[in-house]
Design a protein around this ligand. Structure first.
Ligand code: AMP
Ligand code: MG
Length: 425
């Protein structure tokens, strides 16, 4: 049995970042750039009106001889909507009615918002006169000058950036229909156990629904990897061997169940018969002690990482967060500070009596009041142990209870490992 820190170092050493590939931007959500995105246009590509109003010459407002500076009357010589390639020129004494997003006509420098039009002149269009009063006028107002945000040829996103919604929007604006990323890891998921039945079945006496399969699939998706569900393999060597053989075609194979010390815990032997080299088996940890990790190395091809997670659902979940998530983060090209669950210090709202001869990871809810710049607070979830999932539902962290702690009273400070879930404060 090894310590958690040693287990994590071994995983880091064996997980190799997947070779970059060029794919369509629309398929790249959540992935990390392996090449920068270079803009093929200026943004904006022309001087752009940022308000609905009138495109005017600065001089008419700054050194106005046409009227008092508070109220300027101008002849409207064009209406310019977004998308209109207008060829008109605005000269002193004239203006164009303009809509947000439209190109500013030649000669105009600023936009006076529609709200500044006096009385009925608010509805002035081509051929009529508008009277504008803008107390706050300044040159160049409400215009985004060509290239303000980025110029053609500029790197708008650098290597290592993860493509979220904003990044996909910016890449699109910059002309990247394709991006070079570290590809989505393909993750086979197999649940072992003769007692398991499909989720749609009503379990007979002694049977259990395969809840780990869908749970691990969901966890894989939160890492932006691709789950490949392989279903259930009964505790029979040939059944497990056949599934393992299939699962080894992926970048990662996750098995659940069959890694403890029972008579039917066949997984470690079968993995070694299939050529998978064991890296560690059993980690000083609760829940999750029986966890198994190995690698299938190929002479002329990519390696497959293999995780044997304990079958109890709570253990499977904790082991996924502690061991599989960092491996996927490294495969996906994240920088090392993003591999592991972040740790924060928090104050317990209730007592914890969980310590023993192994560090315990038990579910909690982390929160912090907006005005409290101090510590987070951590509320332990009622939890029945490794086979209980109720305590993990709604939990956004794991209390990290150190070895030898008999009882931590409410108000004690404790380390919490933060789960990569949307944090509800
Ligand atoms: P094992 O790790 O195979 O000894 O299983 C430990 C416990 O977890 C047993 O009670 C199993 O029935 C249960 N278990 C194993 N696999 C699953 C699964 N896929 N879904 C739900 N429970 C499971
Ligand atoms: Mg089993």
């Amino acid at each position: 049995m090894i310590d958690l820190s040693e287990a994590l170092e071994l995983i880091e050493a064996h997980a190799l970042t997947l070779a970059p590939r060029r794919i369509q931007l629309c398929d790249a959500f959540g992935l990390t750039l392996a090449s920068p995105v270079i803009a093929d246009v200026d943004s904006p590509s022309w001087d752009r009106a940022m308000m609905d109003g009138f495109a005017v010459c600065n001089d008419d407002f700054i050194r106005s001889e046409l009227a008092s500076p508070e109220a300027v009357s101008l002849e409207v010589i064009a209406d310019v909507a977004a998308g209109d390639p207008s060829s008109i020129t605005i000269r002193s004494g004239t203006c164009a009615r303009i809509m947000t997003g439209a190109p500013l006509p030649t000669g105009a420098d600023s936009v006076v918002p529609i709200e500044c039009a006096r009385g009925t002149s608010r509805s002035a269009h081509t051929g009529s006169t508008v009277t504008l009063a803008d107390k706050h006028f300044h040159s160049g107002q409400h215009v985004a000058i060509r290239g303000t945000f980025f110029g053609s040829g500029k790197e708008v996103m650098s290597i290592g950036m993860q493509l979220g919604a904003a990044e996909i929007g910016l890449a699109t604006e910059a002309g990247a229909t394709h991006v070079t990323i570290h590809p989505r890891a393909r993750v086979s998921i197999c649940s072992t156990g003769s007692e398991l039945v499909e989720p749609s079945e009503i379990p007979a006496f002694g049977q259990t629904r395969n809840s780990n399969g869908p749970m691990i699939s969901a966890a894989v998706q939160t890492c932006f990897a691709e789950p490949i569900p392989l279903g259930i393999a009964i505790d029979h060597p040939e059944a497990i061997r056949a599934t393992v053989a299939q699962g080894l075609a992926a970048d990662v194979l996750i098995l659940s169940g069959g890694v403890s010390a029972g008579d039917y815990d066949l997984v470690p032997n079968i993995l070694s018969l299939c050529g998978v080299t064991n890296v560690f088996h059993k980690v000083r940890l609760k829940p999750g002690k029986p966890v198994w990790f190995g690698v299938l190395n190929r002479d002329n091809g990519p390696r497959t990482l293999v995780f044997g997670l304990p079958g109890n659902p709570g253990s499977s979940l904790v082991c996924f967060e502690l061991f599989v998530r960092p491996a996927l983060a490294k495969l996906h090209g994240h920088s090392s500070e993003r591999w592991h669950m972040p740790r924060v210090q928090a104050r317990l709202t209730g007592a914890v009596k969980l310590g023993g001869d192994r560090p315990v990871f038990s579910p909690c809810r982390l929160s912090r009041s907006i005005n409290n710049s101090e510590l987070w607070t951590a509320s332990p979830m009622p939890w029945g142990g490794s086979s209980d999932l109720i305590g993990f539902c709604g939990a956004n962290g794991f209390l990290v209870v150190p070895v030898g702690v008999g009882m931590l009273p409410a108000g004690s400070e404790i380390t919490v490992a933060v789960r990569d879930q949307p944090m509800r404060l």
